[in-house]
Write a new protein. Structure first.
Length: 227
């Protein structure tokens, strides 16, 4: 399985569905150590992304997964307030830019790994955060590590994205004992200890959505092969 435009769209729609389900939890986490708007901001942003996808006519439809994810990032930057819009927006734009342009062969598992790495670099460059700072980076880094390890062991996209989702979820949980060193939570100092970082939590939703979209696509492919 390669990364095509349909899979990219399935991923984005799965993220939007996850954010819709979990926005209250994200806001609750952010209320403890941030501005209390992480869930509502992401909900508004991905609603705008879906509206853009659903309103695109055939003459303006993204013609590659890179184009679709780049447009997703641009929409998040323009529609989401707080830190999450620029961070996730830049990440998706970097992922999109790292994927093959229209007319080129689709990215395979290794190619998606490089694109995800570009997304992490974008987040780190913008937020100036490192692992251990209690941010998005603390979920994205172990997700990427797990993904690359799986690909190196011969895994395809479904297995590698599942490994990434597990890595991101563990990374999000591991932010609980950390003291925040970046963002609004850093103003709390030691009082930020004991709380799960909302950005790392939404990153875990992002990677779980990727795993679910990939697994569903693989299941559909298998079913059609057996007809």
């Amino acid at each position: 399985m390669d990364v095509d435009t349909r899979l990219a769209e399935d991923w984005v729609r799965a993220i939007a569905a996850a954010v819709e389900r979990e926005h209250e939890r994200l806001t609750e986490l952010d209320s403890a150590i941030g501005d209390g708007d992480h869930g509502s901001n992401l909900r508004r942003g991905f609603a705008a992304v879906l509206a853009a996808l659903d309103s695109t006519d055939s003459t303006d439809s993204p013609d590659s997964p890179g184009a679709l994810l780049t447009r997703t990032g641009s929409t998040l930057i323009s529609k989401v307030g707080g830190a999450s819009g620029p961070l996730y927006g830049k990440a998706f734009r970097a992922i999109g830019a790292a994927l093959p342009p229209p007319g080129q062969p689709s990215a395979d598992a290794a190619g998606l790994g490089e694109a995800l790495a570009a997304g992490l670099r974008a987040v780190r460059d913008l937020g100036r955060a490192a692992p251990g700072d209690k941010t998005i980076v603390d979920a994205w880094t172990p997700a990427l590590d797990a993904y690359r390890e799986a690909v190196a062991a011969g895994a395809g996209l479904p297995e590698a994205t599942a490994a990434a989702a597990g890595g991101a979820e563990r990374g999000a949980l591991d932010t609980v004992p950390l003291e925040a060193r970046k963002g609004r939570a850093s103003y709390l100092g030691p009082r930020s200890v004991g709380h799960q970082d909302p950005g790392a939590t939404s990153t875990a939703l992002l990677f779980r959505a990727l795993a679910e979209a990939t697994a569903a696509r693989e299941a559909a492919r298998g079913g059609s092969d057996n007809l």
